[in-house]
Ligand binder design. Structure first.
Ligand code: NAD
Length: 502
């Protein structure tokens, strides 16, 4: 590792509308995964620093909730225009800290902006119901009010999009937001903070506090945080949900995945192979909606494995800053080595290594790994059981639709799945049968558009509401129902009976 000739840049918190150096004395290295160099040192907040940030947020929450809907929408429209204009700059930040190629970073940003589009409609989204004359002289109506101070804890793999899943709706609904981004690629959150300020968001309404477990625990235990949105791995999601709810918070915690693509014998093999390769190796497989298992039904298997394998030699792997490359490095050296370990263990456990990414060599010290294809994988192998989160695609051969469906439904995760077929009846049966939150029919990465909501089932989500879209608005507001009458005081009398609607 070349621990860089130039001094790593400090990456500070964003408090009260400005960059604020940490005081804990603790920091973490931020790497450029394409070179292996340390390019930044991110502050890690102490519990005391989190407490200070929350206290300031509580003060700001009082005024922000009084800002009219029209003004909040206007800020979202301006934020959207700024994000749109600065897509390339933000994408370069993503590439330099995460490693994903520029085109993929632009895709992430586009899907993030969709959530700002949705939040621009907040006056419409927060319209309540009104029942005139629910009883004689009585009207009933509902209003949705913000929760107050809410927090978001986000993963490394989508440093712009996942924060935008949360921020746009939370702020538009009238909440003050504290973001604790991944400490592995924290700079996108500061870029977003700056754009929000330029868009006219009052200082203090959006805070970025960097950190690790210490900061997260402080947020989860703080009595003035009303709700926590989390996206990350399943073990952490489960513990966040438990600790947050124990401390009386509303929590939505999205976890890991193992997404299966079921390919029926009637599928177009070339189309299925194109989809499998795109969805397995895009972003080096570091997507929670990546396809990591292909279930090849019956005699489609041989042709499908050949078609996938034939596409791999031409995939260009290298630094994301070079527009010619299609796949970048993994997030860290440790993660790269862990992913590579699954290729060896699968071979030891009886799988066929059709393409071995470990054989590809790269110049320099970047965290690169070539793409791998494993065939004849069985459900007892580590490569099948664990979320690998890297460019390794497993093919499991199954005799029938029912056998494939059983594997999908027996899996601990239920984030995404896809079926490839030309048979509409089979696809319709699949959408009915599968125990998974997001389903693609001839669509390998079925991330819902922003006016639906995103969420898996089983160990892929802890909580009741999915993220963004209508569920996001529901999560970030509390409903109040008002029963109102304006009677003539002359008719007033005592009545101890339970109020009835007459
Ligand atoms: P991670 O769970 O390691 O980290 C997520 C966040 O939790 C980070 O901000 C991190 O600082 C914090 N964290 C880590 N360890 C913690 C601890 N012990 N206590 C408290 N906080 C802690 O996840 P990651 O490696 O950054 O991201 C990859 C994972 O996220 C994969 O499992 C992927 O499937 C999942 N993911 C899921 C979705 C989804 O929508 N379901 C989306 C993106 C990523």
């Amino acid at each position: 590792m070349t621990d860089t000739m130039t001094k790593p840049a400090p990456i500070n918190h964003w408090l009260g509308g400005k960059l604020t150096p940490g005081t804990s004395g603790r920091s973490a290295k931020v790497f450029n995964p394409a070179t292996g160099e340390v390019q930044g040192l991110v502050d890690l907040a102490s519990r005391a620093e989190v407490d200070t940030a929350v206290a300031a947020a509580v003060q700001t929450a009082r005024s922000w909730r009084t800002v009219p809907l029209s003004r909040r929408a206007e800020i979202m429209f301006r934020f959207r225009a700024l994000l749109d204009a600065r897509r390339d700059d933000l994408a370069r930040i993503l590439t330099s800290e995460h490693g994903k190629v520029h085109a993929d970073a632009l895709g992430e940003i586009a899907r993030g902006i969709e959530n700002v589009d949705f939040a621009c409609g907040i006056p419409n989204l927060l319209k309540g119901g009104y029942s005139e004359g629910a009883s004689t002289g009585v009207d009933v109506y509902s209003i949705q009010q913000p929760l107050g101070v809410v927090a978001g804890i986000t993963p490394f793999n989508f440093p712009a999009m996942v924060p935008l899943w949360m921020i746009a709706n939370a702020l538009a609904c009238g909440n003050v937001f504290i973001l604790k981004p991944s400490e592995k690629d924290p700079s996108a959150s500061l870029f977003i903070a700056d754009l929000l300020q330029q868009a006219g968001l009052p200082d203090g309404v959006f805070t970025v506090i960097h950190g690790d477990k210490e900061a997260v625990d402080a947020l989860l235990e703080h009595p003035d945080i009303a709700a926590v949105s989390f996206v990350g791995s399943t073990p952490i999601a489960r513990s966040i949900y438990q600790k947050g709810t124990e401390h009386g918070k509303r929590v939505q915690a999205l976890g890991g995945a193992k997404n299966h693509m079921l390919v029926l014998p009637d599928a177009d093999v070339n189309m299925a192979a194109d989809a499998a390769v795109s969805a397995a190796y895009g972003s080096a497989g570091e997507r929670c909606m990546a396809i990591s298992v292909v279930l090849a039904v019956g005699d489609v298997a041989d042709g499908l494995v050949d078609a996938i394998a034939s596409r791999l030699p031409s995939l260009k792997v290298g630094p994301g800053s070079d527009a010619a490359n299609e796949m970048g490095p993994l997030i860290s050296r440790e993660h790269r080595d862990r992913v590579a370990g699954y290729i060896g263990s699968a071979a030891d456990q009886g799988a066929t290594v059709v393409v071995d990414g470990r054989a590809q060599t790269f110049d320099g010290n970047g965290f690169f790994l070539g793409v791998s294809l494993l065939d004849h994988v069985t459900p007892d192998m580590d490569a099948y059981r664990d979320e690998i989160f890297g460019p390794v695609l497993c093919v499991v051969r199954v005799p029938s639709y029912e056998a494939g469906l059983k594997l999908i439904n027996d899996n601990e995760f239920g984030n995404g799945t896809a079926i490839f077929t030309r048979d509409g009846g089979a696809a319709r049966q699949f959408q009915f049968d599968c125990q998974v939150g997001m389903v693609g029919i001839n669509v390998p990465i079925p991330v819902p558009v922003a006016y639906y909501s995103f969420g898996g089932w089983k160990a892929s989500l802890f909580g009741d509401t999915h993220m963004y879209g209508p569920d996001g608005v529901k999560f970030y507001t509390r409903t109040k129902v008002v029963t109102s009458r304006w009677p003539d005081p002359a008719g007033s009398r005592v009545d101890l009976g339970f109020p009835q609607n007459r």
